[in-house]
Ligand binder design. Structure first.
Ligand code: ZN
Length: 202
């Protein structure tokens, strides 16, 4: 059994990306309260689902935060994984952009080679086959190299940051807001991670 530390991005005072509905509401009233789900809410839900799906595959998933109200620092999130001597670190996010039409799933890693890069490639392939190839509402932008991201740089084990899609895009926000889609995506991620962990030379 491997230990996967799952990191729900943002939380507490940091809602992350606000999403299309909040952006629209704030055009009318910049001071209005946030409508759920924000990125942080979706990240929490997706991370709990992923932990459950990993347990079903016989792997152990532990979260860096359990609730929406918590927001550990980026170095704090990485050091949790380092102290637990995790085999893999997976940070879960939802993306946003100025352009309403920006869309797609991404997997971010520190370097353009190595274990995390390989896993990120497998994850993107799996999401492509399940969603984009079947024209099911989620496309794949692929693996991106982001050496500057603290959670990827400071973790001592392979680390991948997933951007599930753009909640600034009205269509993608709706698609990713369906609990059954989050469940299916979590199941697919867990399956791909499990296969990758089992196939890795020790
Ligand atoms: Zn984020």
């Amino acid at each position: 059994m491997s230990l996967i530390v799952i990191d729900p991005g943002h939380g507490g005072d940091d809602p992350g990306a606000l999403g299309y509905r909040n952006a629209e509401a704030r055009k009318a009233d910049p001071a209005c309260a946030l409508i759920a789900p924000t990125e942080a809410n979706l990240n929490t839900m997706a991370s709990h689902l992923l932990a459950g799906e990993l347990a079903r595959s016989g792997q152990a998933g532990q979260l860096t935060r359990m609730e929406d109200v918590e927001n550990p620092s980026a170095p704090g999130r990485a050091s949790m994984a380092n102290h637990k001597n995790a085999d893999l670190f997976v940070s879960i996010h939802h993306n946003s952009a100025e352009s309403l039409t920006a869309h797609g799933f991404e997997a971010l890693v520190c370097r353009d080679r190595g274990a995390a890069f390989d896993l990120a490639g497998e994850i993107c392939k799996a999401v492509f086959r399940r969603f984009e190839a079947q024209e099911r509402g989620l496309t794949v932008r692929g693996v991106k190299i982001r050496p500057g991201l603290a959670v990827l740089r400071l973790t001592k084990m392979p680390a991948v940051l997933i951007e599930c899609g753009f909640i600034s895009n009205p269509f993608e926000a709706e698609f990713l807001g369906f609990p059954e889609i989050q469940q299916e995506l979590s199941g697919l991620l867990a399956e791909t991670i499990d296969e990758w962990l089992r196939g890795r030379p020790l």
